[in-house]
Ligand binder design. Sequence first.
Ligand SMILES: [Zn+2]
Length: 260
Amino acid sequence: MYAIVNKFKYKSGKSDPSMMVLKCCGNLCPWRLYAVRLKDSELFEIRSIINNHTCSVNVRGGYQTQATASVIGELMKTKYCGIGAGPKPREIRKMMRGDHDVSISYWKAWKSHDLAIDNCQGKCTDSYMQLPAYLHNLVLANPGTIADLHTERSQDGENLFKYMFLALGASIKGYEALRKVIVVDGTHLKGKYAGCLLTASAQDGNYQIFPLAFAIVDSENDVSWEWFFQHLASFVPDDPQLVIVSDRHPSIYKGMNEVM
Ligand SMILES: [Zn+2]
């Protein structure tokens, strides 16, 4: 990253697992860095650096090849922390050209984009791994919460994510005081594993949306909607006055009829 920001190309000199020497690619250029690996760590500490160049512009031009997707992903990662989606691949190309004089393909920008998100927010797969512990603690911290994680066993004996349902204790308690009109809907998720978000909400006395429950499922189909209604029915009892509003997706109708 430093070499890209300062536009020069380096090569490794003498290196072994415990130390490394980096040199500028310029023939007689004095730039040189010596770093030692910290004990029991992946990190290196710079022990000495000669930080000036006498190399030619031609030699330095080669620095662009060092801009691999993983380096760009590291350079860009802070842009994906916090609120908002962060730059799109197209914008990464523009920033690399504008800020660093490096042209990259759309494909490389797209890969860098994914790596930058992983670097900043952690990998998608890691987030799924944390779900059981997260839901467990959520229920402990919010009494009355209904959280269910449905997994399936793969052929290799691994537990694979299938569905997740969540209704916070506060939503369940609040529903008792609401009119018996529930709006359900499903929408596509854009993440790496796609899937669908199913939601149920009502309206409070202030005419504001009152979230009741949501679920992550594979897609809007008969089985997934039925699974959703089964969980919803645990705190939304059937009632002659109960009205369910939907976009009349056939699976909603079917799932609802099975359960309620
Ligand atoms: Zn140099």
